[in-house]
Design a protein around this ligand. Structure first.
Ligand code: AHR
Length: 505
């Protein structure tokens, strides 16, 4: 038998990247497929509350401790009239929803979603339509949601039963406007001008808001990089964030290459950060633009099934990826990548939250359950609040089809000074072997090991169904802590959470 693979690590409380913005554990609900209708909202379901929201789904969302949810799209927002979704439900129009070619009933709109988010303990991140509409619709929506009263739109909100404003703080200026598939797709100059003027008007309505300009839809876009530079040139002083979107898939069934794809995400983040700082220098600005990675996930399992869906139906099962164990590993590595960039990535939204490329699934009028990707998302959201530390790790490496020098181990550590806790998140990407990591944690004097949680499975393709949760974490991880050395065994292809806390004296 070959010698066991080994790695060394130093984890020091003074090697700090940044305080983590909890919004990196955000998510996304679009009016798409069964995300809203049959997902969060199903008035005839036995678990429905007085507003028609499924309590079972809300409970699962609460387990994830989602701090912010992007809404209402996505591609859908680019042809959406927000006014269709407010006021008496019986007066709301049915519309052709152009992005996904379905029928939108508008039973759920801005006010209902704000109520749902409050129940879920989350903030709303609202997107405005810069595809078919523009400055006027955006500033009216903001007046409707955030102005206290005494004006046409704020009084209309009050007449709809919402006396207090929703005070939505974070706003997206459109969605994926670089994409030719987007209704109202624009060139970078066209979008940059519109986004800048929309931002100006919105800030006049409510100066306290934060604004996100659309970056590239993914790293393969032909306009990637030039798009960011151009739109930031137009919007630099008006916005706070630029967005990034990225989905991955294991199309070629090459797990070693697939599990390395967060290296592409890492490169994407570094590139966009550099562009922001280049425009900052060019404008002689004192302001720093941060990154909002407001769509990310694995998305490919459902591609073929989606081609067979009939157009113009209500809430068809679109984008219903059934996630397997290897997807959970890549999702874990993507979350680690955000933590490694906690100094610049301040918002990230797993796309999406329920049914549509989601950690939570439901049956219409039936059960709800956790997909495999639920677990790394939950672990980082619950245990990943505090300061992101920089573990110094010497990991063995491999080459794959698209990547060279891929570390077998991805790692991030979060130090919560108040709670006197430090939590380590680690992925072992080795397809055959466990790796033993000897970690110097002497700066955490007086700390003890709480638990080592592991997500592992012999079958990379194992999935969870409502009848059988094949992929779920256990607490039998093999780690010891002695004399300041944390000795961790990372099983082959595994997601690991190692938790330490200060001993009470
Ligand atoms: O999340 C699904 C879709 O992916 C979104 O509507 C769009 O913004 C992206 O292309």
């Amino acid at each position: 038998m070959a010698d066991q693979l080994k790695a060394k690590m130093i984890l020091d409380k003074n090697y700090q990247i940044a305080k983590i913005d909890e919004r990196i554990y955000g998510s996304f609900i679009e009016h798409l497929g069964r995300a809203v209708y049959g997902g969060i909202y199903e008035p005839d379901h036995p678990e429905a509350d007085e507003q028609g929201f499924r309590r079972d789904v809300l409970e699962l969302v609460k387990e994830l401790q989602v701090p912010i949810v992007r809404y209402p799209g996505g591609n859908m927002v680019s042809a959406y009239n927000w006014e269709d979704g407010v006021g008496p439900k019986e007066d709301r129009p049915r519309r052709l929803e152009l992005a996904w070619r379905t029928i939108e009933t508008n039973e759920v709109g801005t006010n209902e979603f704000a109520d749902w988010a409050k129940k879920a303990g989350a903030e709303v991140m609202m997107a405005v339509n810069l595809g078919t509409r523009g400055i006027d619709a955006a500033r009216n929506l903001l007046e409707y949601t955030n102005h206290p009263g005494g004006t046409y739109w704020s009084d209309l909100r009050k007449s709809h039963g919402y006396d207090s404003p929703h005070n939505i703080k974070t706003w997206c200026l459109g969605n994926e406007m670089d994409g030719p598939w987007q209704v109202g797709h624009k060139t970078a100059d066209e979008y940059g001008r519109l986004a800048s003027e929309t931002a100006k008007a919105m800030r006049l309505v409510d100066p306290s808001i934060e604004l996100v300009a659309c970056g590239s839809s993914n790293t393969k876009m032909p306009t990637f990089a030039e798009w960011e530079a151009t739109i930031l040139d137009h919007t630099y002083e008006q916005v706070d964030f630029v967005s990034l979107h990225q989905y991955y898939g294991n199309h070629e069934n090459d797990p070693a290459n697939y599990l390395a794809k967060n290296m592409d995400m890492d490169h994407f983040i570094k590139t966009v950060t550099s562009i922001c700082d280049y425009i900052k220098a060019k404008h002689r600005s004192k302001k720093t633009i941060n990154l909002s990675f407001d769509e990310w996930n694995v998305w490919y399992h459902s591609n073929d099934a989606d081609k067979k869906i009939e157009p113009w139906t209500i809430a068809p099962p679109q984008l219903e990826d059934q996630y397997n164990f290897e997807d959970a590993l890549l999702v874990g590595s993507m979350l680690i990548t955000f933590l490694q960039h906690a100094d610049r990535v301040k918002i990230a939204c797993m796309a999406q939250l329920v049914n549509v490329i989601a950690p939570i699934m439901t049956e219409n009028n039936g059960r709800s359950w956790k997909q495999t990707i639920f677990y790394p998302y939950m672990h980082t959201s619950v245990y990943g609040r505090g300061i992101s530390l920089k573990p110094i790790l010497s990991s063995p490496k491999y080459d794959s089809k698209e990547f060279t020098d891929v570390p077998y181990i991805d790692s991030a550590a979060v130090y919560n000074e108040e709670k006197e806790e430090v939590n380590l998140f680690m992925v072992n990407k080795h397809l055959e072997e466990a790796i033993q990591v000897s970690s110097d944690v002497r700066s955490f004097e007086g700390y003890q090991l709480v638990e080592h949680v592991v997500l592992e499975n012999e079958d990379l393709k194992a999935v969870n169904t409502p009848d059988h949760e094949a992929v779920m974490p256990h607490q039998r991880g093999e780690t010891t802590l002695e004399n300041g050395i944390l000795d961790i065994r990372l099983p082959k292809t595994s997601w690991n959470v190692i938790r330490l806390e200060k001993t009470s004296s």
